[in-house]
Design a protein around this ligand. Structure first.
Ligand SMILES: [Zn+2]
Length: 228
């Protein structure tokens, strides 16, 4: 079931209060048009009624897709430094709904669910794309790590993170956070990493340690640890 709530936000440009309906939980298989909006980057982008300035409202939201077996809690990007404290939330919610309080038939459905914690709609889109194209999201983070090392003018910093936004037959397309820049990478790299598991073992193990499968685990560990 999808639920929405009304939120009032002041326009960043002119200060006018705007009221918007935003998702608290979203059922992707029941509302494919909203899933499409997440994928094309238009989800919860609203134009100010007074000046037309566009803002994106990124409030916490649970994204569920029973057909694709996806359960993701999307937190606002600004809370990413708290990932230590927040990453288990989707796992606890999922367990409660699909196992603890679930009818036997629902419990049977729980096998094979992908449960993730993400921060921001760009990160949510990235996971949906990964799952749709059967890409292993831990290896995708390895690819980003490798890519950042090999492209000289891209820094390994949280606010310039690479985010997958499109997948072709041979190419993965990344956007560089906070810029208009895009970066292609051969999809075959993922197969190469999978065939060399020992080379990337310590990194992949670290990335897959919890529902927050993101290079942020390496980039943002200390702030999260301090608040937990
Ligand atoms: Zn405005």
């Amino acid at each position: 079931m999808s639920t929405f709530t009304s939120r009032t936000r002041a326009c960043r440009e002119c200060g006018t209060d705007n009221e918007h309906s935003v998702a608290v939980s979203l059922n992707g298989d029941r509302m494919p048009e909203l899933r499409d909006q997440i994928l094309d980057g238009t989800f919860q982008r609203f134009a100010c009624v007074n000046c037309g300035y566009t803002m994106r409202i990124e409030d916490p939201m649970v994204y569920i897709d029973f057909e694709r077996k996806e359960w993701l809690t999307c937190f606002p990007t600004v809370r990413e430094s708290e990932w230590h404290r927040l990453e288990l939330e989707p796992l606890e919610d999922w367990k409660e709904a699909m196992i603890t309080h679930a009818a036997p038939i629902a419990r049977k459905m729980s096998a094979g669910f992908k449960v993730r914690a993400v921060f921001g709609f760009d990160a949510l889109r990235e996971k949906l794309l990964c799952f749709e194209h059967a890409l292993e999201d831990g290896l995708l983070e390895v690819l980003k790590f490798d890519l950042v090392r090999s492209v000289p003018d891209i820094a390994f910093v949280p606010n310039r993170r690479l985010r997958l936004y499109a997948v072709d037959a041979d190419t993965l397309w990344f956007g560089v956070t906070g810029t208009d820049r895009t970066l292609p990478a051969p999809r075959s790299l993922l197969t190469e990493y999978a065939m060399e598991p020992l080379e990337w073992l310590s990194l992949t193990e670290r990335l897959r340690r919890g529902p927050y499968v993101d290079l942020g685990r390496i980039m943002l560990p200390l702030m999260g640890a301090a608040s937990s």
